[in-house]
Design a binder for this molecule. Structure first.
Ligand code: ADP
Length: 248
């Protein structure tokens, strides 16, 4: 057994983590696309104990008018954590944390969207964290990516997000709550299908070689997430494709 100064035991005698995962394993992910009938696109996503709902509206005329841009759409992303989503009630309403997450997440999508095709319009992405258990910003990006596809908004490809971190001196993938709270570093990233990194943040400390190891691992994590996202899209749209085949 190994632990750090906080007495949290991070690895058992077989090198498995507190939730029995291997260091390079992501938490199980479940996805349902198209869960809200009033949104143009939506997605419900569970990743470990995180539960996220994403809704997308647009492109639609931007309101209020003063935010309209003559030559492109505005993209808005709102990350919100429900007060009941954490153990101690989270303070409702915007916070510095939610504003920061909203900003960097919006920027994570800008390179895959075509805002110049929709002057004066808005593309609105809302994510609600219903249950939080570390990694909500990455889970939210994965859900938002699928909600954008469900809304039929043209994209260069999906965006997939994951985090790596350092726990008890080891680099691990997709931190759980104790690892996030008591670990040494957290490195969430978002990546396009062709491998461009559109979000990178880091909490804590990594040496240059640990950073390289974490970057390598987290990109593998994003590729695993991408496969899960694609499978969810196939599950949702295969039946539509089957119906189309019958009509031909
Ligand atoms: P992320 O959820 O993207 O990992 P943080 O590293 O900021 O973002 O948060 C880690 C975890 O800490 C969250 O997933 C959540 O479980 C918890 N947390 C975040 N903000 C609050 C809050 N205001 N109150 C209680 N717990 C919180």
């Amino acid at each position: 057994m190994s632990s750090n100064q906080t007495d949290v035991v991070f690895f058992d005698e077989n090198g498995l983590r507190t939730d029995q995962r291997k260091p390079d394993e992501i938490r199980p992910m479940k996805i349902k696309i198209g869960v809200l009938s009033r949104a143009n696109g939506s997605c419900y996503l569970e990743w470990g104990a995180n539960k996220i709902l994403a809704a997308v509206y647009g492109p639609r005329e931007a309101h209020p008018r003063r935010i309209q841009l003559a030559n492109r759409a505005v993209i808005r992303y709102r990350y919100n954590m429900q007060s009941f989503s954490v153990e101690d009630r989270a303070r409702p309403g915007p916070s510095r944390r939610s504003s920061e997450i909203s900003k960097v997440s919006r920027e994570a999508f800008e390179p895959v969207l075509f805002p110049e095709d929709y002057p004066k319009a808005a593309i609105d992405i809302f994510v609600e964290v219903l249950q939080a258990d570390a990694g909500t910003r990455t889970a939210a990006i994965n859900a938002a990516s699928l909600a954008l596809v469900d809304a039929g908004i043209p994209m260069r490809g999906l965006v997939s997000a994951c985090a790596a971190g350092k726990v008890d001196g080891k680099i691990v993938l997709d931190l759980n709550k104790p690892e996030d709270n008591y670990g040494d570093a957290d490195l969430p990233i978002a990546m396009t299908e062709d491998g461009k990194i559109t979000l990178i943040q880091m909490d804590g400390h990594l040496t240059p070689s640990e950073f390289e190891e974490a970057m390598d691992l987290v990109q593998k994590g994003c590729r695993q997430v991408l496969e899960i996202q694609k499978a969810a899209l196939l599950e949702k749209f295969a039946s539509v494709m089957d119906d189309d085949d019958e009509e031909v």
